[in-house]
Design a protein around this ligand. Structure first.
Ligand SMILES: Nc1nc2c(ncn2[C@@H]2O[C@H](COP(=O)(O)OP(=O)(O)OP(=O)(O)O)[C@@H](O)[C@H]2O)c(=O)[nH]1
Length: 345
């Protein structure tokens, strides 16, 4: 049997620089024939257009395949596996396959798809590479325009609309074998150090971190990791899988509860939330807040000490204007102390 073809899976939030990285990679392929599978959604074809313009003979049109649907995790059987099989049945098989995932799909189902018998004997994941936007992270955001990310997600019926962005971000980090800290040209050293500390706290131990600007990463560092990630799933579970017991794993060690508060001031609430999270090791805090005098509700997403808040929509007629938050952390959570702390807002 011929050797398995290595596949690099590239994840990362919308706008983090995945396409830029892929473009650089194709332009520096060092003679490797690389096939590219793009899992784009929304503005279909944009990434392909960008890549087609790279002007290098390694970027051959026939080696770029777009998946029809926006979310690999929903369409593994109908779309992804057949696409892979078609690619593998070609006379001229690629030396390496790169999959650029949509910035909002969970990487976990894609990684597990490599264990499907239809493709398991022919391909293996060389490495899962997660691109992060250092500039956004340095400012406490996951992406340069979170609202655009969320709007796009909501517009795509194929995507899970419930998973908070912070959770998806973490899912992308724990999936990674290598994290590319991109856009370092926009952040100085004092900004990068805390970003990397944050990434290290969230990622699986041993994950590599490489800094980059405009996706300039040496092909040698990017390809040939030889991780066989599909055989090494421990610790890569998505938050969703963790909450729901996962694939044959038991995860009873998370606790969550909800709390309701009267309308208050935005500044006081966010400050209190941040302090509460730090004081009580809360992993996640999410919900909606009623802000005095505001006609819209304030969506709150916190992952670790990073609290995000944005007005997501106006209050509806008849809707009760109160703050409702869900607190999640490792069991046991000190509910009374956390509740008292949040009530101080
Ligand atoms: N300053 C700076 N800009 C960058 C860097 N990398 C990418 N960009 C810019 O950031 C924007 C998004 O980059 P893309 O490569 O399209 O990001 P992506 O992750 O593929 O985005 P989607 O396909 O929309 O998910 C583009 O305008 C890039 O030119 C970088 O290192 N520094």
């Amino acid at each position: 049997m011929s050797e398995k073809i290595p596949v690099t899976v590239i994840t990362g939030f919308l706008g983090s620089g995945k396409t830029t990285l892929v473009r650089h990679l194709l332009g520096h392929a060092r003679g490797k024939r690389i096939a590219l599978i793009i899992n784009e959604f929304g503005d279909i074809g944009v990434d392909k257009e960008v890549l087609a313009g790279c002007g290098d003979e390694t970027c051959r049109e026939e080696d770029m395949i777009e998946l029809a649907n926006g979310c690999i995790c929903c369409t593994v059987a109908d779309d992804f596996i057949p696409t892979m099989k078609t690619l593998l049945e070609r006379d001229e098989r690629p030396d390496h396959i790169v999959i650029e995932t949509s910035g909002l799909a969970l990487p976990q189902p894609l990684i597990r798809a490599f264990n499907w018998p239809e493709i398991k004997t022919e391909v293996t994941i060389d490495g899962v590479v997660t691109v992060v936007d250092a500039a956004a992270l340095a400012e406490g955001r996951f992406a340069s325009d979170e609202e655009a990310v969320d709007a796009q997600r909501k517009a795509d019926s194929m995507l899970d609309h419930e998973t908070p962005l912070g959770e998806l971000f973490k899912d992308q980090l724990v999936s990674a074998d290598l994290i590319i800290v991109n856009k370092t040209d926009l952040v100085d050293e004092s900004g990068l150090a805390p970003v990397e500390a944050e990434l290290r706290a969230a990622m699986r131990p041993g994950t590599g971190i490489v800094r980059a600007a405009n996706g300039h990463v040496d092909t040698v560092a990017l390809l040939g990791l030889g991780m066989a990630s599909e055989d090494d799933l421990d610790g890569r579970e998505s938050a969703h899988e963790l909450e729901h017991g996962g694939e044959g794993h038991e995860h009873d060690d998370f606790d969550s509860f909800s709390i309701r508060l009267p309308a208050g001031s935005r500044e006081a609430l966010l400050k209190t939330i941040e302090e509460t999270i730090r004081a009580h090791d809360v992993l996640r805090l999410k919900g909606f807040a009623a802000i005095e005098g505001a006609p819209a509700r304030l969506a709150i997403q916190a992952v670790g000490p990073r609290v995000n808040a944005y007005f997501d929509r106006p209050w509806k007629d008849g809707e009760k204007r109160e703050t409702a938050l869900v607190v999640i952390g490792e069991s046991p959570l000190d509910r009374d102390a956390i509740t008292a702390s949040l009530q101080a807002a």
